[in-house]
Design a binder for this molecule. Structure first.
Ligand SMILES: *Cc1c(COP(=O)(O)O)cnc(C)c1O
Length: 378
């Protein structure tokens, strides 16, 4: 069955007791044992919950992986994954990275002896040069955040295989509808489900998908041992959200392209970062490895003062963190999402105070453009 139909049908037919189309929420924290040494398959909710199980199986199926695991947030998923590594291990990581991932690696895992190097993962030679004898994994975000750089998944996958590295892809920006990292030999796919999976700015969740059952079992051990699980009510809400994922993304992509084209002609917009524009350095690569360019774009205006003016004047678009919801949101990465990156490093990356990031929602694109037009005026 197509991905679109599997998304819509997720959870359907799984309630065999009543035939309910909507999957029941099982709040029970514990489950009766039929006898000593016997189990219904569920014993205690941290170890396994019927609502969570359907969600985890659905996500593994959508991605084409052996095992899916859901967590209380994207950071909980990443933290659990990083606990797979030991003191002395080294990770090669995208430098155009989600700020929270940068923070947990630099301020939590570094103290535990797990070290990371940040490289431009759009440059495969730079990635190869950063690999050390202690390197255990490569973590890539593509497109990057907030500059939307595109990494070559095929080349990086081969590099990981040649060096025995775990290949981890944070696919939050595109989801399996638009980009399928396991087809490029990724070992683990990571999501902040707070973004497009949840899609309505009302749910915080994270996901890990393991390519193999063996790695899935190891990650399940860590999930159960450390306990950052997603509660059953939120599992239900995420299942509900998945049903419209491909429909939403279609509109996000269409709107983002329209907004990007409009921004392109604006005199106060100096640079636009959207892989859907032919002038973007990752455009051709995106055409090859993705099924769409996504709903995220960033742009540089003529001064920090203009950026502040835009945020102040916005009406329809909300000045708020986060992304991937049906409502359009704009943020100033230098001050908000990427404030934990030290200033010299931030500026070297091009994340200055004139750079705005827009999560294009599914409103009528003309209304989004009209809001940008009035905010940029004057
Ligand atoms: C938001 C985000 C995260 C962190 O997820 P939370 O759900 O906020 O904990 C990780 N990676 C990317 C790319 C994100 O956008």
């Amino acid at each position: 069955m197509s991905l679109e139909s599997r998304l819509v049908q997720c959870g359907v037919g799984r309630d065999t007791h009543t035939g309910g189309i909507s999957l029941p929420i099982y709040p029970s924290t514990t489950f009766r044992h039929p006898g000593v040494g016997e189990s219904t398959g569920f014993d205690y909710t941290r170890s396994g919950n019927p609502t969570r199980q359907v969600l985890e199986e659905t996500l593994a199926d959508l991605e084409g992986g052996a095992r899916g695991l859901v967590f209380a947030s994207g950071m909980a998923a990443l933290t659990t994954l990083f606990l797979h590594f030991s003191a002395g291990d080294h990770l090669v990581v995208s430098r155009d990275l989600y700020g929270g991932t940068y923070r947990v690696l630099g301020q939590v895992f570094a103290k535990l002896g797990v070290m990371a190097s940040y490289v431009d993962t759009t440059d495969a030679a730079a990635v190869a040069a950063a690999i050390r004898p202690q390197s255990r994994a490569l973590l890539v975000e593509t497109p990057g955040n907030p500059l939307l750089g595109v990494a070559d998944l095929q080349t990086l996958g081969e590099l990981c295989q040649n060096h025995g590295l775990l290949f981890i892809v944070d696919n939050t920006f595109l989801t399996p509808v638009l980009q399928r990292p396991l087809e490029f030999s990724a070992d683990v796919v990571v999501y902040s489900a707070t973004k497009y999976f949840g899609g309505h700015n009302d749910l915080c969740a994270g996901v890990l998908i393991a390519r193999t059952a063996e790695l899935g079992e190891r990650l399940y051990f860590l999930q159960n041992s450390t306990g950052a699980i997603l509660p059953p009510q939120d599992c239900w809400l995420l299942l509900r959200s998945l049903k419209t994922l491909s429909l939403r993304l279609e509109r996000h992509c269409r709107n983002a392209l329209e907004v990007a084209h409009w921004l392109h002609g604006h005199p106060r917009v100096k640079e636009i970062y959207y892989p859907g524009l032919p002038g973007h350095p990752g455009h051709t690569l995106s055409l090859e490895q993705t099924r769409g360019f996504g709903g995220m774009l960033s742009f540089r205006v003529d001064s920090p003062a203009t950026a502040r003016q835009v945020l102040k004047k916005l009406r329809l678009i909300s000045f708020a963190e986060s992304l991937g919801g049906v409502e359009s949101l704009m943020t100033l990465p230098a001050v908000q999402t990427h404030a934990d990156i030290p200033e010299p490093e931030r500026l070297r990356l091009g994340i200055c105070e004139s750079l705005l990031r827009l999560s294009v929602g599914i409103e009528n694109p003309q209304d989004i453009i009209a809001d940008l037009a009035q905010a940029l005026e004057g």
